[in-house]
Design a protein around this ligand. Structure first.
Ligand SMILES: *[C@@H]1O[C@H](CO)[C@@H](O)[C@H](O)[C@H]1NC(C)=O
Ligand SMILES: *[C@@H]1O[C@H](CO)[C@@H](O)[C@H](O)[C@H]1NC(C)=O
Ligand SMILES: *[C@@H]1O[C@H](CO)[C@@H](O)[C@H](O)[C@H]1NC(C)=O
Ligand SMILES: *[C@@H]1O[C@H](CO)[C@@H](O)[C@H](O)[C@H]1NC(C)=O
Ligand SMILES: *[C@@H]1O[C@H](CO)[C@@H](O)[C@H](O)[C@H]1NC(C)=O
Length: 445
């Protein structure tokens, strides 16, 4: 009973004395303008983010999102904001302890920093793919879901947290909104480096520096190891999608090839070649299929594709070992839906954004099934052609403590260069065994 009361008081303090960090920091006592309150600074010159910038002053930091040129003054709690700021300057006390995550991508960033349990407001929780966030939400009873029917209520919910990471259509009073351009970063390691942006709100810069360096180092070693294939060994990879006729497209079907920067990067760094046709959108399936003539591997991003047969029918062809398409004959059609919530929320748009090294590992295995190791189990890229199953994620899959830094999916890679063995020799039998094994291992997560 006593401890329950103590916890209640602490929780109250966390909300009202805005910014008192109950984990790592304290509010400053006896403000001294000559003290550097942020001895741990982000090492931004070492990272690949282009869209954000941070400037340190003794008791405040100025952080800028260059995508929309939004600026935030983050003032150490217990100290005074700088004098002479513009009347519309946005000022927040840090470290924050009570936040909203209104875009699902935000959740794993905060989790990797060990502050997933500072989230007390969420947009649509059914789309959040983190099992431990779900467990925390179900057991703590301290996460509110943003109202989508009552704007007054949504604004009240937003005002009950210190900041809202990401924006929502339903919040009209945006004084607490913190924008994010992590997914707009062209570079995969630039996306990971947004850990630093979030960390600045929690005074967790030194932890962010460590994690960013880990992800970057691991990515670079994996890239190096995948860098030795001969040009004629490198499979041609196409990132494609089918858009079914609907009210949103004048009932006109189309087929797209994507050459988004991060897809080019991950494909090439994994040792593949990426298809870059002159035309990226097709309205005739014959033209689309023509563009796929030499493709070895498809990464399909069609929103819903229940089976390989159905997907290939949508592409305008049929499955079968006698197909003239190598990706069909060799059964190398992958989708990004390896982990989904029961309502279909993609972990690919969440954890895969920050864990750039893990994304590269998956792609390395797509390009060469014997790398990064013979027994590698892909996380997000699911081989639909081999009938690999989707791993549904719920609170029951939770394996870490939401109040501690979430482990990266990627294992630390220290090995030698990969050789392109196995790629063409993998039989249908081999795939079946791999699928069974993969299912068995996934249940351990
Ligand atoms: C909307 O939310 C406000 C604030 O909680 C409440 O007073 C009001 O009754 C709600 N309106 C409706 C239609 O439920
Ligand atoms: C935003 O404005 C509302 C009222 O207009 C206020 O209650 C709330 O504290 C403000 N939030 C922030 C973070 O400034
Ligand atoms: C397909 O590509 C076109 C042109 O780049 C783009 O406007 C369209 O939104 C894409 N379709 C989908 C479903 O992403
Ligand atoms: C694919 O796997 C599902 C179960 O995950 C099974 O029901 C189905 O029959 C399999 N399809 C083929 C073509 O093997
Ligand atoms: C969660 O656990 C279930 C049951 O063991 C398993 O089938 C599923 O693949 C797991 N999901 C993930 C994402 O590991």
């Amino acid at each position: 009973m006593r401890s329950a009361i103590a916890l209640g008081c602490l929780a109250l303090l966390g909300v009202q004395v805005s910014g008192q960090n109950l984990k790592d920091g304290q509010c400053a006592q006896n403000f001294d303008a000559n003290t550097d309150y942020f001895p741990d600074k982000l090492q931004t010159r070492d990272d690949d983010a282009q869209y954000y910038e941070i400037e340190y002053h003794n008791n405040y930091k100025l952080i800028t999102d260059h995508r929309n040129e939004q600026q935030y003054y983050l003032v150490q709690c217990g100290t005074q904001p700088p004098a002479g700021l513009a009347a519309n300057a946005i000022i927040h006390q840090v470290p924050v302890t009570n936040v909203a995550a209104l875009e699902t991508t935000v959740v794993p960033y905060l989790e990797m920093l060990g502050v997933g349990d500072s989230i007390h407001l969420i947009a649509d929780s059914s789309m959040v793919s983190s099992s431990c966030f779900q467990k925390y939400r179900e057991t703590s009873n301290s996460v509110t879901e943003l109202s989508t029917t009552n704007v007054t209520l949504a604004n009240q919910q937003a005002d009950a947290v210190q900041v809202q990471f990401g924006s929502s259509f339903y919040i009209t009073d945006e004084n607490g909104t913190i924008s994010s351009a992590a997914v707009n970063e062209p570079d995969i390691l630039g996306r990971a480096a947004w850990l630093g942006y979030y960390a600045a709100f929690y005074n967790l810069e030194s932890l962010a520096n460590e994690i960013i360096a880990d992800i970057t180092g691991n990515y670079d070693r994996l890239k190096q190891a995948a860098g030795g294939y001969k040009d004629d060994q490198k499979p041609l990879v196409a990132w494609t999608m089918y858009d079914a006729p609907s009210q949103y497209n004048q009932n006109t079907a189309s087929w797209n090839v994507s050459v988004a920067d991060f897809k080019i990067q991950v494909t090439e760094d994994a040792g593949g070649r990426i298809l870059k046709p002159d035309t990226l959108q097709y309205f005739k399936k014959e033209d689309f299929l023509q563009a796929l003539t030499d493709v070895d591997i498809i990464i399909d991003e069609t929103y819903v594709a229940p089976t390989f047969d159905a997907l290939m029918e949508d592409y305008g062809t049929t499955t079968g070992d006698d197909s003239s398409y190598k990706f069909i004959k060799n059964k190398r059609v992958f989708r990004t839906d390896g982990i989904l919530t029961p309502s279909g929320g993609y972990d690919w748009f969440a954890a895969a954004v920050v864990m750039g090294d893990a994304m590269l590992s998956d792609m390395i295995n797509v390009v060469n099934p014997s790398a990064p190791s013979e027994d590698y189990k892909r996380i997000w890229l699911r081989n639909l052609a081999a009938n690999e199953s989707i791993s549904v994620t719920t609170a029951n899959n939770c394996t870490w403590d939401e109040s501690q830094p979430r482990p990266n999916f990627a294992a630390r890679f220290e090995g030698d260069g990969f050789s392109m063995s196995g790629a063409s020799t993998l039989t249908a039998m081999g795939w079946t065994a791999a699928v069974l094994l993969s299912t068995a291992i996934m249940t351990l997560f």
